[in-house]
Design a protein around this ligand. Structure first.
Ligand SMILES: [Zn+2]
Ligand SMILES: [Zn+2]
Length: 163
């Protein structure tokens, strides 16, 4: 959303609150966002320094990296940036005020996407699937001798130790 900050710039008011929803980011292989992103926050002017504080609430669906079970949850992503009308030199930390306001969605979604993890687990101690038979080891032992993919380097070491 474009947030008009002209009234803060002119000193008429010293804060603006916002609360809106945004279409979720798309196009990821291993994680999806089934609902709209909810964004709330404010822009405050303190002695001439303008700061934006936003909180994005983002429902997500993904799969456990170990057992592939579907997991869903909600990210609470905090986004905070100083605002500037012009800078001596380019600085990505700042949100630039252009045409009397700022475009919040693009930088906020970029920041959100950068904060995503590469792997999620259904629970901290998920045991994963058996490498041999595919059994979900959270449901108990399958009886296979070899449940984990063996690192080829360790396999060589095991052979050496055997002799
Ligand atoms: Zn799992
Ligand atoms: Zn097994």
């Amino acid at each position: 959303m474009f947030i008009d900050v002209r009234e803060i710039l002119s000193g008429l008011i010293d804060s603006i609150e916002f609360d809106y929803t945004l279409a979720p980011p798309q196009g990821f292989n291993d994680i999806s966002f089934p609902e709209e992103v909810h964004i709330t926050g404010s822009i405050k002017n303190q002695a001439g320094y303008m700061t934006l504080n936003a909180q994005a609430t983002v429902p997500y669906v993904t799969h456990c990296a170990r057992c592939t079970k579907e997991i869903s949850g909600v990210f609470e992503h905090a986004f905070m940036r100083p605002l500037a009308t012009k800078l001596e030199q380019e600085d990505d930390d700042y949100l630039m005020i252009e045409h009397g306001g700022i475009d919040l969605d693009t930088p906020l979604l970029e920041d959100l996407v950068l904060s995503l993890d590469f792997a999620y687990l259904c629970k901290e101690d998920c045991k994963g699937l058996c490498f041999t038979c595919g059994h979900d080891l959270n449901d108990g032992d399958c009886g296979c001798a070899n449940k984990k993919e063996i690192d080829p380097r360790l396999a060589i070491l095991a052979k050496l130790l055997d002799n």
